[in-house]
Structure formats: structure tokens, C-alpha cells
Design a protein around this ligand. Structure first.
Ligand code: B12
Ligand code: SF4
Length: 476
């Protein structure tokens, strides 16, 4: 069979991806690797541009179209499935959104595949080839020790090129934050791949910079830490020299040995979900690990820096304890802590999470014309009624933050500060690249804000606070 695997990108976010590094859709690279040789697979990734998708489908003579989707991409996924059906192309959907909204996805696709599909993908293909594709397939948390989870690292989309590589060494996360679907989708137990298998894959990646997409790289207990250190030692001794970054929880800062090993293995940054400086918000999110470390953030950030590793802090605004000044307050606090990269996104209740269920029950989600409204679930606009401010006020703050990020020249001094803290040129370069991309992204998106939001924020004291906070980043 000829198979097309597509990553659809929401129309509303199109263009965003081209400003940052175009990142592989690892799930599709994993399926490509598991596809038996008798079939031929093409990946079409709309992060590289969506204009050619229909042409490529038209000319590709495909027998099966497989589409993945995050929630934000679901609207576009359904557009593509409608086109496939009009052109008698069999289509199947998988990924986080289909898993979260199976009945909705089923309406739009000939078949859906739920959960992790590494193990069942060859059987799905055999059914499709025999004309017996079932309406629904259910995957399970696969045993990664059996060699699952590995991707075809050399597989590029036919409509562009990825700019970095991705690899996954473990799946699952025990923390179970309220707004995140990972613990439900991939399980609370952290499952690891065999170290030899990881090293083999690591050494086949053509890219010099990797994103290790594990949800919680260092894990939360002794057992996880021992395993992570074993892997870091193996990467250092047997892995091709590559720089990389990953995601972890704040507790990694308490393990100087692990941090040192990570730097030596090429790690230059860790994304850490701080989420909020408001304790009540952390309670609401069920982010227990952050509550435990809230009084020690400064020490933790310093420990990362001492090892040479940059801290990429992720924050959510719009939680129930937040108000009009949360955006500026978050930036001020994050700068004081010395966080190198600050990512602030709108609270977005995603289907498949406890938070979505709660907000729906409380009738707080107003962008609920599904599936059309899924493409608004991009984390850059408000889709629900926050508790203490209006959705419009929250949108204005985000809008203003973007304008400030687009107009103030902040990345250079920020980079100098990272260098002073970490004494690592490669870490500084990593931070500089990401921050410059964020600034470029803000400049690209800002002009569309008026059309997207339907208003221009009026200059007020909140705007001034946000600008002042952004300028704080300039202070060495
Ligand atoms: C890496 C990553 C990113 C990368 C880029 C990934 C990319 N190129 O698409 C970056 C950093 C850019 C990113 C961004 C965002 N991400 Co993200 N990300 C991840 C992460 C950590 C790993 C994804 C991955 O590679 N998984 C490994 C592969 C192997 O798993 P998989 O994709 O699920 O694929 C398996 C199955 O789902 C299935 N499958 C998947 N597709 C298909 C298709 C078919 C046909 C079949 C049969 C099977 C199938 O088979 C695969 C093998 O088992 C996940 C968490 C996670 N554990 O998955 C979050 C996750 C996917 N991200 C999420 C979110 C919310 C976002 C953002 C909106 C966050 C933000 N603050 O801006 C953005 C927006 C991205 C967008 N396109 O709109 C959510 C999505 C939930 C949802 N319902 O939408 C996740 C699940 C995390 C969470 N918090 O819940 N992300
Ligand atoms: S720690 Fe990260 S991956 Fe784990 S549940 Fe929370 S947000 Fe999701």
C-alpha cells in the first residue's frame, strides 16, 4: 500500500511553526519505522506549510491516509478527512485528540486508533490492505523493553525538512497535573526503553541538536534518578556527541550529580513547568511537586546554572487565583529567579484532562462550537471564563505581552546573563536561539492579533507594568 501520514496544523496557528525550529512529529516517525517493508510511507507535515497538502494527496495515489492530531489540529484534521472521503481515500485518525474525543473523531474518519499504537500498527495495516479496516482500534501502554518507542530518525516529510531531531527514552509521568493528559494517556508509571536501544537510535540521528521529548526526564524518586543517571553515563560514553534539551520536574535541581552528568552528556537546557507563583493555583493544578519545592526555587535554579544547564520555565496564566497583573508579576518573579527562557501560555482546558471535565461541568468553556472551535485551543487565546478576570482582560494581557516581546530588544542582555550564570557558551547560544525565536514569533504574530482577537487593547497601567517587567529582563 501507499500510505500518507499527516500532521495537520490549525489554520489559526499557521506560520507560528516556521519561526521556531520545525520539530519532528515523532509519533509519525515511530509509525513509519514500524511499517512493514511491503508498504511505502510518506510523511506530510503541515508544520512545514499546509498549502501543498491537498496537491500531494491528489498526486500521491495513496491507499491509506493516517492523520495524527493535537486538539488544536483537530479542526484541520476533520477538513482533511472530509476531502479524503470525497476522493474515496480511506482515512484513519490517531494521536491525543482522537483518544480524548473518540466518538467525535469516529464521525469524521473511517477508522480511529486510540492510545499508543506501536504494537497494533502493523495489524491495522494488514487489515487495511485486506480491505477489512475496523472502525476502532485500541492501543495499550506498550512494553518499551520490547523495542517499541523507536523512531525512523532519518525520515523527513515530503513537503519540507525538520530542523532538529526528537527522541523519546521514556513514556509516562506520575505527577498527574490537572490540565495535562499525559498521566492518563501514557500512564502514571514511567516506562523506560532499553539503554542499548536508545544509544543505537541516538547514533542514527542526523541532527546535531536533539529534543528529548520525555515528559519527565529525571522522574520524581530515587529509582527514576538512578535510571536517568545510568542513561546519561551511557550517552556520554557511547552516544554520538550531540547537544540536547529535555523536560523534567524541578526536583532534578536537588541532584548535583545528575545535573553534572546531564551537562557532560550534552544537555544544555531543561524545560520545567513552574506553572504559577500562586500557591492556591498549584493546589488547583494538583502540582504537588512544585508546592513541595516552592520555597527552594532559587536554590534549584542556581543548581541547574552551576552545572551549566539553562532553565526554560513554563508558566500558565488564567488559573483561578490569577488577576490582571499576573502576567507582569510572573515575568518579574521569573526574572528574579534567573530563569533563562520564560514561556507564558494561556490556561487551556484540553479534552482528556480533569480540568476540561470540571470546566465543562461548570459551564465555563465558551469556545464550545466543536469541532470548529478546537483550532482556538492553541494556548495563545482564552477559550473559557477565568474566575477573577474576564476572558477579554486575559487576552489583552497576552496580546500586550506579545507586543512588548515584539518591540523591546531583550534577548541579547538575557543571553549575557545566562553566560554569567552558567559559564557555558553552548548553553548561552541555546538560550539566545530560543529567545530570538520567541521574539521573532511575537513579531510575526502581533500583526494578526487584531484580526484574531477582534480588538486592540487600550494602553493602561497594566500595559505599562507588562512593558516594565519585560524591560527588567534587560537588567543585568
Ligand atoms: C514533543 C511535544 C511537543 C513539541 C512538538 C511536537 C510536534 N512536532 O508535534 C512542541 C514543543 C513543539 C509541542 C508543542 C505543543 N504541545 Co506538545 N507535546 C510534546 C510531547 C511531550 C511529546 C510528543 C511525542 O513526540 N510523543 C511521542 C509519540 C511517539 O507519541 P504520540 O505522538 O502520542 O504517538 C503515538 C500515539 O498517539 C499513536 N498515534 C499518533 N498519531 C497517530 C496517527 C495514526 C494514524 C495512528 C494509527 C496512531 C497515531 O501512535 C503513536 C505511537 O504510539 C507530548 C506529550 C506526549 N507524551 O506525547 C506533548 C503534547 C502532545 N503536547 C501538547 C500540547 C498541548 C502542546 C501545545 C499546545 C503546548 C503549548 N503550550 O503551546 C503546543 C502546540 C503544538 C501544536 N502543534 O499545536 C499536549 C496535547 C494534548 C492535546 N489534546 O492537544 C501533549 C499530549 C502534552 C499534554 N500536556 O497533555 N509539543
Ligand atoms: S509533570 Fe508535566 S508531564 Fe507530568 S502530569 Fe504534570 S504537566 Fe504532565
Amino acid at each position: 500500500m501507499r500510505i500518507a501520514l499527516i500532521n495537520p496544523v490549525a489554520r489559526r496557528t499557521r506560520g507560528y511553526h516556521n519561526c521556531g525550529s520545525i520539530t519532528p512529529q515523532l509519533g509519525l516517525q515511530v509509525l513509519a519505522r514500524l511499517t512493514p517493508d511491503e508498504h511505502n510511507v510518506d510523511i506530510i507535515d503541515e508544520a512545514c506549510g499546509g498549502d501543498q497538502t491537498l496537491n500531494l494527496l491528489q498526486n500521491g495515489r495513496y491507499d491509506l491516509v493516517g492523520i495524527t492530531a493535537y486538539t488544536s489540529g483537530a479542526t484541520r484534521a476533520y477538513e482533511l478527512s472530509a476531502w479524503c472521503r470525497q476522493h474515496s481515500l480511506t482515512c484513519i485518525m490517531g494521536g491525543p485528540h482522537a483518544w480524548a474525543r473518540p466518538d467525535e473523531a469516529q464521525e469524521h474518519f473511517d477508522s480511529i486508533a486510540l492510545g499508543e499504537c506501536d504494537e497494533i500498527w502493523p495489524a491495522i495495516l494488514a487489515d487495511a490492505a485486506g480491505g477489512k479496516l475496523q472502525r476502532r482500534y485500541q492501543g495499550s501502554h506498550v512494553d518499551l523493553q520490547q523495542g517499541f518507542g523507536r523512531a525512523d530518525q532519518t525520515r523527513q516529510p515530503i513537503n519540507g525538512m525538520y530542523e532538529i531531531g526528537c527522541i523519546q527514552t521514556s513514556r509516562g509521568c506520575p505527577v498527574g497535573c490537572d490540565y495535562c493528559s499525559v498521566t492518563r494517556f501514557n500512564g502514571a508509571e514511567i516506562r523506560r526503553r532499553p539503554i542499548d536501544d536508545i544509544i543505537e537510535e541516538w547514533n542514527t540521528t542526523p541532527d546535531k541538536f536533539l529534543f528529548v521529548v520525555d515528559d519527565n526526564f529525571f522522574g520524581v524518586g530515587e529509582k527514576h534518578a538512578i535510571w536517568a543517571k545510568e542513561m546519561l553515563t551511557a550517552i556520554r560514553q557511547r552516544g554520538k556527541k550531540r547537544l540536547w534539551f529535555s523536560q523534567t520536574t524541578i526536583n532534578m535541581g536537588d541532584d548535583p550529580e545528575g545535573l553534572k552528568l546531564a551537562y557532560k552528556a550534552g544537555c544544555r537546557g531543561m524545560l520545567i513547568g513552574f506553572e504559577s507563583f500562586n500557591f492556591e493555583n498549584l493546589l488547583e493544578c494538583h502540582k504537588g511537586i512544585n508546592r513541595k519545592y516552592a520555597d527552594h526555587y532559587r536554590r534549584m535554579v542556581k543548581a541547574f546554572h552551576r552545572a551549566g544547564i539553562a532553565v526554560f520555565g513554563a508558566f500558565i496564566v488564567g488559573l483561578d487565583g490569577d488577576d490582571e497583573n499576573t502576567v507582569s508579576h510572573t515575568i518579574e518573579q521569573a526574572v528574579k529567579l534567573g530563569i533563562d527562557i520564560i514561556q507564558i501560555t494561556n490556561m487551556t482546558p484540553l479534552p482528556g484532562t480533569r480540568q476540561f471535565d470540571r470546566y465543562m461541568a461548570e459551564n465555563r468553556i465558551f469556545a464550545d462550537n466543536f469541532p470548529a472551535d478546537w483550532e482556538r485551543f492553541t494556548f495563545v487565546e482564552t477559550v473559557y471564563h477565568p474566575r477573577n478576570i474576564t476572558a477579554r482582560q486575559l487576552d489583552e494581557s497576552i496580546y500586550e505581552l506579545r507586543q512588548a516581546a515584539a518591540t523591546i530588544n531583550w534577548p541579547w542582555k538575557r543571553s549575557l546573563r545566562t553566560f554569567l550564570h552558567t559559564r557555558s557558551l553552548s548553553t548561552t547560544l541555546f538560550v539566545h536561539n530560543v529567545n530570538t525565536q520567541f521574539a521573532r514569533l511575537a513579531r510575526a504574530i502581533s500583526p494578526q492579533d487584531e484580526a484574531n482577537f477582534g480588538f486592540v487593547p487600550t494602553l493602561n497601567s497594566r500595559t505599562q507594568r507588562i512593558h516594565r517587567a519585560m524591560r527588567l529582563r534587560d537588567n543585568l
